[in-house]
Design a protein around this ligand. Sequence first.
Ligand code: KIV
Length: 258
Amino acid sequence: MKKWNVATLSACKGVRKLGCCTVYDACFARLADEAGVPILLVGDSIGMAALGYETTLPVRLEETLSATAAVARGAKDAMVVADMPFGSYQCGDDLAVANAVRCMKAGAEAVKLEGGAEVAGLVRRLARAGIPVIAHVGMMPQRVHGYGGFRKQGKTPEAADAIRADARAVAEAGAFAVTLECIPADLAAEITSELAILTIGIGAGPACDAQWLVMHDLLGLNAAAPSFAKRYARLGDAARQAFTAYVADVAAGAFPPK
Ligand code: KIV
């Protein structure tokens, strides 16, 4: 298999759709990489999926850096992307660039950050510094308190226009891909055909060039998953059964053997 990079990923636009996902440790990075997942995102969803937070907001840069280093150790061919957590890029562009550099030094090959026109200047600086950027527009989970919940965005013509303008702004600023989260499928389709860069959808319909799924939703590790997610396995049930059998074996003296 070939090593995925900005050029090989971008060449897939209009040719081949890409199934991408989050991972947060070396073990699952290796498995996803062996399965041919082209982009492994160390999402700030680590906060909700693995760290037990209610939202992504408490995730600290140090948690992202540690998970990124682990994922980079497990991945071979996939592109490893660090998702910049809340607070790591909102406090001035100099600090944001320094924090993105820390992500790259930890093993990331690109960074992802939420925002549209308002982060275009930062995206331009990162791109000029040689840091590949995946932007993220539509529903931005770091703004959950402003929305009053994780709600679909872009439902009115005005809101759809704003998302279109945001996607254009980050593309013009040099992002090589843009995440479209929880927006109407027809809006995602329009943006995908207008932009030359890759669109990576999550809850944004089938027209996007690529898709994200959160690993815990894909593998059935969570009790509940968003309605747009597809569960490809029931690892949560399998793990619970294995733990139960182990506890019972030890209690019954069946493990370890004599
Ligand atoms: O953190 C995350 O999981 C994301 C999704 C869009 C994949 O940002």
